[in-house]
Each structure stands twice: as structure tokens, then as C-alpha cells.
Design a protein around this ligand. Structure first.
Ligand code: UT7
Length: 301
């Protein structure tokens, strides 16, 4: 489709495989599959969920939110659902919003989802982006429980000055779709990869340090880092910057590529189910994406 090679993709990104959802499988469908597993693992019924936050840049519709579609498909009659557009940090931002609302007792059980059907939003004629992205969903139940642990600290930050480094120029109110207008791929993801790369390394490191400082912990206290899976070289640079043993960094970019908001919850779930996270472990999640926006969450498992 484009002038590229397996060698370039693997050495420059670490990606070997990606998953592409079928035409009839929408963001809400992937989110429902993930959510059912999350509810089952948490031993909680749909009736108990009172807050539903969905991070996505690939909604089923422009209106209503994908959260409302998921609410209907999952039968969550007691929840308020809404989407957040925070690109790759969607899940971390969702968790950062849900945790304090639960802590103060305003809500009792949240379902936080990161889901993307990026294949619907990728220009397969653009080699700068089309080799990177995949489709996925991940979900977590966040609730108020007795005992030690929980969400220790969170951090969210954005800088809209750099929004044109990673964006879709056409399709909103500034440049609406129109029959006389040549989109030329500009309604799909456009990215200046090398500039984004530099900011990602710096700001993911700072976001990670920020949540550690707030919790009064050191990098050596981290049992597992769950980074956004955008590029293996970014992940390696982050581990080096934090001086954390690479063994403590969960990596699945080789199997899934960059799945934006789904990346962190997908990796978190896989690390957990693989027994790599134990009760009492400090788990650091950190992500970076289009906005530009970045964030981190530190959780005691
Ligand atoms: O998830 C949201 C946040 N996103 C990120 O964090 C992504 C950050 N950026 C990256 O991961 C990397 O910048 C990329 C993987 C996107 C690109 O890697 P790079 O090493 O930064 O490459 P580059 O953009 O500097 O391009 C180097 C060369 C260029 O060719 P010339 O101009 O040197 O001749 C590109 O045209 O590599 C070329 N190139 C490719 N060649 C083969 C770009 N994409 C490809 C490709 N196959 N798919």
C-alpha cells in the first residue's frame, strides 16, 4: 500500500502486528466486550455502575456520546455516561476524573473505558501514520473499597499550542466536510512524528515524576510501569530517564501497535492477567497524545 518495509517498522517503532476491527464492529462493540470482562473480574453488576467515562477519539456517532451507546448496550440504568476526547491519555484522564469523585462519595462505582477504532481514522496512503495504529478497547471498574491502596496520585496536562503536530484538520466546524472540498487525507490522523516523539519523551518522564513526588515515592518503588504503547524507543527512553529496570516496563506494542486511549487499559489488563501485578504493588500508568496532552496515574494495586 505504501513504500515501507517490515525492517523499518520494527526497528523504528517496535510494532510487528496490529488488530483491525471488521466493518460491522464499532467502538461501542469493542468497549462492551472489554467492559463485560471488567465487570466480571470486579464481581459487580451493571446496576451498580453509577459513572461511565469513555476515552475515545473514534466515537460511534458525532452525537450522542459513545458512553451513552455503551450504557444502553451494557444495561447500566443507574449511570451517567460521557466521553472525553483526550486521545492517548483518555483512559488515564478518565481514571483521574473518576477517582476523586468516588473518593468524596459523589459516585460509588465507575466504569472507565479506553476504546479506539483507529482504522476508521487512518489514512492508509500515508506511510508516516498507517503503519502505527490499531483497534482495541480496555476497561476498568473503579470503586470505593476498605483497606490499603487505591489511586495514590494522578496528573493531567495539555498544551494546545502544539495541537497541529497531531490532529485531523478536516471534519469539524473549522473545516467541515463539503462536496467541493478535497480532503486529501486531512480528515484522518496527521502527525509530525519526530516532533511529537521529542515532547513525548520529555513530558511522559515529567508526568511520571510528578505522580511519584505527589505520592512521596521513588522510581525504585515502582513494581510495574504501564506506558502508552506508541513507540518502543519512547518507552525505552522513559525507562532510562526514570532509571527503572526494563523488566518492570510492560510492553505489548509488538502485538497491537498504537491503540490510543485503549493502549494503557489493554496493557494493564494483560499485565494483571499474566500475574505481573500483585496486591500492594505500585503501578505507574503514563501516556501522551494528540492535543498535545499527557498524564500519569499511580495506583497501589
Ligand atoms: O500516540 C500518540 C503519540 N504519538 C507518538 O508518540 C508518536 C511519536 N513518533 C514516533 O513514534 C516516530 O516519530 C515515528 C515512528 C512516527 C517515525 O519515526 P522517526 O524515526 O521519527 O522517523 P521520521 O518521521 O523522522 O522519518 C525518518 C524517515 C523519513 O524519510 P527521509 O525524509 O529521512 O527520507 C520518513 O519519510 O523515515 C521515513 N518514513 C518511513 N520510511 C519507511 C516515515 N515513515 C516510514 C515508513 N516506512 N512507514
Amino acid at each position: 500500500m505504501v513504500d515501507t518495509s517490515d525492517e523499518w517498522i520494527v526497528t523504528r517503532t517496535g510494532i510487528r502486528e496490529r488488530h483491525i476491527a471488521s466493518n460491522g464492529c464499532h467502538s461501542s462493540d469493542m468497549a462492551v466486550a472489554a467492559s463485560k470482562q471488567a465487570l466480571e473480574m470486579a464481581g459487580c453488576s451493571g446496576d451498580e455502575i453509577d459513572l461511565l467515562i469513555v476515552g475515545t477519539v473514534t466515537p460511534d456517532y458525532r452525537l450522542p456520546s459513545t458512553a451513552c451507546v455503551i450504557q444502553e448496550k451494557m444495561h447500566l440504568p443507574n449511570a451517567v455516561g460521557f466521553d472525553i476526547v483526550a486521545a492517548c491519555t483518555g483512559f488515564i484522564n478518565g481514571l483521574s476524573i473518576a477517582a476523586p469523585l468516588i473518593e468524596v462519595g459523589r459516585y460509588s462505582k465507575a466504569l472507565v473505558i479506553g476504546v479506539e477504532k483507529l482504522s476508521s481514522f487512518t489514512n492508509y496512503a500515508d506511510r508516516n501514520t498507517c503503519v502505527l495504529f490499531g483497534d482495541a478497547a480496555g476497561a476498568a471498574v473503579v470503586s470505593r473499597e476498605e483497606g490499603e491502596g487505591g489511586v495514590l496520585s494522578t496528573f493531567m496536562k495539555s498544551d494546545g499550542n502544539m495541537r497541529e503536530l497531531l490532529w485531523a484538520e478536516v471534519g469539524g466546524t473549522v473545516n467541515p466536510y463539503s462536496p467541493d472540498f478535497s480532503f486529501d487525507g486531512r480528515d484522518k490522523i496527521l502527525m509530525n512524528g519526530s516532533d511529537v516523539f521529542k515532547v513525548a519523551v520529555k513530558e511522559m518522564g515529567r508526568a511520571a515524576q510528578n505522580v511519584l513526588d505527589e505520592a512521596g515515592l521513588k522510581p525504585s518503588d515502582i513494581a510495574m510501569i504501564i506506558p502508552h504503547q506508541a513507540n518502543i524507543r519512547i518507552i525505552d527512553a522513559l525507562a532510562k530517564r526514570l532509571k527503572v529496570d526494563p523488566e518492570k516496563v510492560y510492553i505489548n506494542i509488538d502485538k497491537y501497535g498504537n491503540t490510543s486511549a485503549a493502549s494503557v487499559p489493554l496493557a494493564l489488563d494483560q499485565a494483571n492477567r499474566a500475574g505481573k501485578i500483585k496486591p500492594g504493588d505500585n503501578v505507574l500508568m503514563v501516556a501522551f497524545g494528540g492535543g498535545l496532552i499527557w498524564g500519569a496515574a499511580l495506583v497501589r494495586w
